[in-house]
Every structure is written in C-alpha cells, then in structure tokens.
Design a protein around this ligand. Structure first.
Ligand code: SF4
Ligand code: SF4
Ligand code: FES
Length: 239
C-alpha cells in the first residue's frame, strides 16, 4: 500500500483526481477515462514524447507539456481537452500527412492505421499545408516484412520495442529533422541485418503502414497486438 505522501491530488479538465507520484499525466487521464490522443506512446515501452499529440496545458506554465512524459505534481491544474489543444492536435496530424506520402486508398494499412483513425476522430477533413512529396525508398529485402518509409511518422515504437523488449536493437534513427528516418543495423537493407531476429514485434507496434508483412494488399494489414499486455507486465516486473 502506498504511503499517503505518494498520493498527489490534481485537477484535470475541471475534475479532482488523485494519482501516484510516479504516474504521468497520460496515465492519470486514461485512468479517469479522459481521452488523450497519442501515437508514439505504447504501454510497456519507455516514453519519449516524440509525436507531441498528447500536449496538455498546465496552469502557470507558458509551455504546453507532453502528457506522456510529464509526471504529476501536487495541486496541478491540467487542461487535456480544449478547442485550442484540439486545433494544435489537428495541425500536428496535418504535418504528419504532408511530411511523407500518405495515400490511404492504396495503403496496406488503410482502415487499420492509428494515424488515419486519429485524423478521423479529431476531424482532420483536409490539409492546409503544402505536401512535401519526398522520394523515399521501400525496403522489401526482408523475407517476411516490408519497410515503407513513405508511411513512417518517426514515432520510434519500432526502435524501442526492438531494443527494450526483443533486445536486438536492430532499429535506430539516422540524420535529423526532415532528413531523419529509421534504419536497420548500420543503414543496411533490412534483409541483410545480422541482428534482426524476425520476431515481427516492430511490425505489430508500428502505428501506420510503414512496417508491414509481405503479401498484404490494400487494407489487408491489421496489426496483431495481443502480446502488448505482456510488454506492460514485463516492464512493471523490471521496475
Ligand atoms: S499509413 Fe495510415 S495514414 Fe498513411 S497512407 Fe497508410 S492508412 Fe493512410
Ligand atoms: S517504422 Fe513505424 S514504428 Fe517505426 S518509427 Fe516509423 S511509424 Fe514508428
Ligand atoms: S504520446 Fe506523448 S508525445 Fe507522443
């Protein structure tokens, strides 16, 4: 049982909530059935605050805070959902759509994609920014999987699951900013990777059609995430 000092009380969207001191704002919001959009967060993996979709307002701070990497504090007043935040989140989603080549109608993940689902949920009906149309490769060298960099949102779930759960550390990032992309080993073709065990965890945590199984046609790639509760359990046992 937690000591009383470990329990924090805060306000979230006008509701008084309590939390353990090690919890993040995202965890507390979810425990209280407050919707927070996320793309890089995954239960059981470390949080990195990469996608910025979970941004919230904390009273007294002039900066928005990523709920997945912000720990609770006594007396905090947090706004999770407001018209302003919803507009920011829609804009962030628009950046994702314009930065790479997302053409859902020909994507193997059409209908099973977290990016697409969130865009529909948050009401992104059109994109106000110019599309960048980068020329990005599709790596089909692995015998069972495909990496399509055109669909990658750089959430790093593949990097983290491969490192933290599978222990292979096949995936990583190269370059910065607009040039950034995920790589296998020392930027070798995935099929040449010595470290990849072929477990497929990266494929199934990938929120979009960036990592998929071979042999899938349009809209056929749904991710199997039944193993995810075990990730959470393993992480909790380790801590
Ligand atoms: S990855 Fe998702 S958002 Fe991108 S094209 Fe495929 S279905 Fe659409
Ligand atoms: S390949 Fe998928 S899981 Fe990996 S960073 Fe890109 S979108 Fe995220
Ligand atoms: S879920 Fe918090 S930054 Fe991505």
């Amino acid at each position: 049982m937690k000591a009383q000092s470990d329990i924090k009380t805060l306000m979230m969207d006008g509701k008084q909530v309590s939390a353990r001191s090690e919890e993040t704002l995202l965890q507390v919001a979810r425990e209280n059935n407050i919707f927070v959009p996320t793309l890089c967060h995954m239960d059981g993996l470390s949080d990195v605050g990469a996608c910025r979709l979970c941004l919230v307002e904390v009273k007294g701070s002039n900066k928005l805070a990523a709920a997945c990497v912000t720990k609770v504090q006594e007396g905090m007043e947090v706004t999770v959902n407001s018209p302003r935040l919803e507009e920011y989140r829609r804009t962030i989603l628009e950046f994702f759509f314009t930065e790479r080549n997302h053409i859902c109608s020909v994507c193997v993940s059409n209908g099973h994609c977290e990016l697409q689902w969130l865009a529909m949920k948050l009401g992104v009906t059109h994109v106000r920014l110019p599309y960048l149309h980068p020329h990005l490769e599709v790596d089909a060298t692995h015998p069972r999987f495909v990496a399509d960099h055109n669909r990658c949102i750089l959430c790093s779930r593949c990097v983290r699951v491969c490192d933290e759960i599978e222990g292979a550390h096949t995936w990583d990032f190269t370059a910065r900013g607009f040039q950034s992309r995920v790589i296998t080993d020392m930027n070798d073709p995935w099929g040449n990777s010595d470290s990849c065990t072929g477990c497929g965890k990266c494929v199934h945590v990938c929120p979009t059609g960036a990592l998929t199984e071979k042999g899938k046609s349009v809209a056929e790639m749904s991710k199997r995430q039944q193993f995810l509760p075990y990730l959470t359990l393993m992480r909790e046992e380790r801590e």
